[in-house]
Design a protein around this ligand. Sequence first.
Ligand code: XIL
Length: 435
Amino acid sequence: MTNDNIHRQALTGARLPATPAVAGMVMIVLGMLSSSGGSLAVAQPQDRVPPAASPAKPAEAPPLKEALPDGFLLGAALDYPRRFPASASRDVALVTRHFNAITPENGMKPMALQPVEGRFHFADADRLVELAENHGATPIGHCLVWHSQTPRWFFEGPDGQPAGRELALARLRKHIAVVVGHFKGRVKQWDVVNEAISDAPGQLLRPSPWLQAIGEDYLAEAFRAAHEADPDAILILNDYGIELRHKRRKVLELLRSLIEQKVPIHAVGIQAHWRMDHPDFAEVEESIRQFAALGLTVMITELDIGVLPTNYRGADIAKAENPKTGQRSVMNPYPEGLPDAVAQQHAERYRQAFAMFMRHKDSLGRVTFWGVHDGRSWLNNFPIRGRTDYPLLFDRQGQPKPAFFAVMQALQPPAAATPLDSQPPSDPPTAPHGR
Ligand code: XIL
């Protein structure tokens, strides 16, 4: 049996069946979207128009999670609301309505969980896991071993010199044992090692402090420690840019070697910090095929599609850009709002992405968005601080964007998606839904 088969069951911590009513409502909304030239900002399904006397309150968009194929996880990254109290309840409501998986955006990183050696802080992460469980969503763990957002003490010896192999390895094992052990049976999937592959030509592994302190086997050691702490958890190698040829070659080499050494690795995570013109989806499809051919599940772990110009492609958070003062408006072209034409192109890009995901749904375990709505996206501050980006499905007011409806459309099986034009908006939602 392949890893994929062994773990397919565990992938689906929360299964939410698609319903015919949702499919029908989507079709009505989509019909309205196309008849309004695509500029509809708020869903107004016919069967939910409020009575004339009630105050105008936008109808809520139909839940994305109810349009998914059986067993498919669609997630969003969210920090525990304490970090953003003002908009917290709205963000939580959006996440729990539309998604059936939740990844802590920052709250389970080494810096958050073990800022000082031996002092673990689980309170916020616990509350997020509880929130997910209370709403039937699968909690995802991100991330155990990374070069970034990891306190320096992990890599320092008692004399202030760099920690040697034994000390660093003991710390790596302890961090993983305590953290994975703490969430055992509850956090179903872990990004065990994040961003280990090098971007430099001819170099396989990033020269991270982990590699420098321990050596190449830090990856195998990390996966073994995680498996020991929770044998049922899905263990993921997560990275950006591995859907592109030059980095794909490297990650395939690493994965083959780990599998050959019988390291417990079950999935590969493509972060998917994408842009309007990049990457070519044919490359992504090729990567999904090749990763799946190794017997691994493929996860799309941090999806967003940024619309702003940048010289840098990827997600290496060390690579901030500093535009010259005169360049600022060129680099931040939409501070007041996204032009409708760009919003439509953005929606089309998302539609194509999700059509691709659905074509490969048997190889994919999960697609997670990196954030909830545009106002909370990390891309507003990366790789340039203080810009206004529009990478997600919900706008800054939490309203569904054209991209939302495009994703909803792409999630529909072909039989339900075709008769859009022939379906009068006043028909009851009767379209069949299934796989
Ligand atoms: C980002 C968060 O979204 C930001 O809030 C934080 O300031 C920096 O990290 N790749 C990853 C994620 O694996 O953990 C990063 O998240 C984005 C890039």
